[in-house]
Design a protein around this ligand. Structure first.
Ligand SMILES: NC(=O)c1ccc[n+]([C@@H]2O[C@H](COP(=O)([O-])OP(=O)(O)OC[C@H]3O[C@@H](n4cnc5c(N)ncnc54)[C@H](OP(=O)(O)O)[C@@H]3O)[C@@H](O)[C@H]2O)c1
Length: 314
């Protein structure tokens, strides 16, 4: 019998890539928000009990970092309470939980990459709710993997990549923050790494509890290298300038209009006030992931090139 996987967040950046790739591991059941609403614990319980999956992959979240400051109850319900309910249900049916978290659990005071042993001390509501979600999953006594990732982008949905392309059709000069350091990570790379890891943990004849017994825990999972939002924006526009003829997702992001930005001006965080504070440095060290699973993501800049290159040649 094929193993069943319950996937949340099928429409999201990571979730949509997982929806495509997870069938390599088993039969994917991916309810949408109407069928499984993370704001409603009963709907989570009902879905878990009806589907009885072997894995629950939670790619859904309240990801609007600034909006979380004014919608704390909702962010907490989705990012903290819901993963706890998923984990409780997983425990009852002997399933493992795969969950995603964020570099924003750190305060950004370090200047060398954060590893999993560093203390989390979030400085915004989103980070606090995501940390509470991690704690709920870890504390449920269920086999689990929590992947902390960062600066996720994709060619669909709300993402920095598409925002910059949209703005570049409107403004000759873009002012982008130069003093926050992190690592842009392509959602497809995160999904591919997740599926490779699950493939390692699903060898025939081995139970979920056995496979996860030595590996349950938190892992940092980002591309290699580091940059700033400003240099990330520059990289996007460098790649976009090579793009001819244009392709479907690019046309959607630009609404078919030409890019007119001539210059990206680096500014400080102070010059770009946002509702939520953001860590000035949130680069994550990925050595635990490499040592445990032998998996390492490519450099962020290579992948920005690849996103455009793949779409160009497809
Ligand atoms: N985006 C980033 O830069 C970033 C950085 C670090 C970590 N992460 C983490 O990575 C994970 C995936 O992020 P992402 O960027 O792929 O997310 P995303 O694109 O914002 O998608 C969020 C998903 O969650 C679903 N969702 C939201 N509220 C829901 C609810 N009440 N019930 C059911 N589903 C709900 C959304 O469904 P609808 O389509 O119905 O809204 C959507 O499918 C999250 O855990 C996030 O915290 C993201």
């Amino acid at each position: 019998m094929k193993r069943k996987i319950l996937l949340t967040g099928r429409t999201g950046q990571i979730g949509s890539e997982l929806l495509r790739l997870l069938p390599e591991i088993g039969e994917v059941v991916a309810p949408d928000r109407q069928e499984l609403d993370l704001l409603n614990p009963d709907s989570i319980r009902r879905a878990a009990r009806e589907i009885r999956p072997e894995f629950i992959v939670n790619a859904a979240a309240f990801t609007a970092v600034d909006a979380a400051e004014t919608q704390e109850a909702q962010a907490h319900a989705i990012n903290a309470n819901a993963p706890g309910v998923l984990a409780e249900e997983a425990k009852k049916i002997g399933a493992a939980v795969i969950h995603y978290s964020t570099d924003y659990v750190f305060d950004g005071s370090k200047r060398t990459p954060y590893d999993e042993a560093d203390s989390a001390a979030p400085i915004n509501v989103y980070g606090k709710t995501k940390l509470a979600g991690e704690q709920a999953v870890c504390g449920a006594g269920v086999p689990h993997l929590i992947f902390r990732t960062a600066w996720v982008y994709s060619t669909r949905g709300r993402s920095f990549l598409r925002t910059i392309l949209g703005l570049a059709t409107e403004k000759e000069e873009l002012r982008v923050v130069r003093d926050q350091f992190g690592t842009p990570t392509w959602s497809r790379d995160i999904a591919e790494a997740t599926v490779k890891i699950l493939a390692q943990l699903t060898s025939p004849g081995s139970s979920v509890a056995n496979s996860f017994s030595r590996v349950s825990g938190i892992y940092h999972l980002t591309a290699a290298g580091e940059t700033t939002w400003c240099d990330f924006a520059r990289a996007i526009l460098e790649e976009a300038a090579q793009l001819s003829p244009a392709i479907e997702w690019f046309d959607k992001a630009t609404r078919g209009r030409s890019l007119i930005t001539k210059q990206i001006i680096p500014i400080t965080t102070f010059e770009y006030p946002t509702r939520a504070s953001r860590p000035l440095y949130s680069v994550l060290a990925n050595s635990r992931l490499r040592q445990t699973f032998g998996i390492e993501l490519p450099h962020w800049r290579t992948q920005v090139h690849l996103v455009f290159e793949l779409e160009r040649s497809s």
